[in-house]
Design a binder for this molecule. Structure first.
Ligand SMILES: O=P(O)(O)OP(=O)(O)OP(=O)(O)OC[C@H]1O[C@@H](n2cnc3c(O)ncnc32)[C@H](O)[C@@H]1O
Ligand SMILES: [Mg+2]
Length: 179
């Protein structure tokens, strides 16, 4: 099984490799334009970024599947301030499915900087005096004391988007999401 991931961030590539390990995939990393802002600021924009990455990754390679992952921030009903969200899309060129990873409330100090126009990755690096946290444990790791991390969190989104393309549930059913 050949899978193209629409990103060169090693955390995203690893999330796909680990989650889909049972398929022994051959995973290619391809830098594509997400078609949305560097820092998506709504669920809708985050999902669109994931969809664009998945479609573009597939169309620029000869892989069997394209997977796109996008991180964003959004206001969630009932949760104060801003939250970190992450969405995945997966396509086989006919169907496209979407699924998300966990949601994490961001501290006010982080949310304030994002509201001023900053990107989450650099903000986390600055506050934690780190370098490239978005390519390692991520905010998900730093803010949970390591109970999860960005690879694991993105992996759940991959499972929720890619899984439906393989699930027996959808075989011979008409309520699938055609691209
Ligand atoms: O190369 P790409 O694929 O773009 O990888 P990225 O790390 O920039 O990831 P996204 O574009 O999907 O994420 C949008 C922004 O949110 C940041 N971000 C998302 N999740 C994060 C996390 O867990 N920790 C730190 N920054 C995160 C990320 O660094 C970007 O600034
Ligand atoms: Mg990015």
């Amino acid at each position: 099984m050949r899978i193209a991931v629409g990103s060169t961030n090693p955390v995203k590539v690893e999330a796909v490799e680990r989650t889909l390990e049972r398929f022994e995939p051959n995973v290619t990393s391809v830098g594509v334009d997400s078609g949305v802002s560097e820092q998506p600021r709504s669920i809708e924009e985050t999902v669109t970024g994931a969809e664009n990455r998945a479609r573009r990754a597939l169309s620029t390679t000869d892989a069997d599947y394209g997977v796109g992952l996008e991180g964003g921030v959004a206001r969630i009903d009932g949760v104060p301030g801003l939250s970190l969200v992450m969405w995945a899309a997966a396509t086989d060129g006919r169907r496209l499915e979407r699924g998300s990873g966990p949601t994490l409330r961001l501290p006010a100090e982080v949310a304030d900087r994002l509201d001023s126009g900053a990107e989450l990755g650099p903000v986390m690096d600055d506050l934690l005096d780190a370098d490239g946290i978005a390519e390692s444990e991520g905010a998900a790791g730093a803010l949970t004391g390591g109970l999860t991390d960005r690879t694991q969190a993105l992996g759940e989104a991959v499972a929720c988007a890619f899984g439906p393309l393989r699930s027996a549930y959808y075989r011979d059913r008409s309520d699938v999401c055609w691209d």
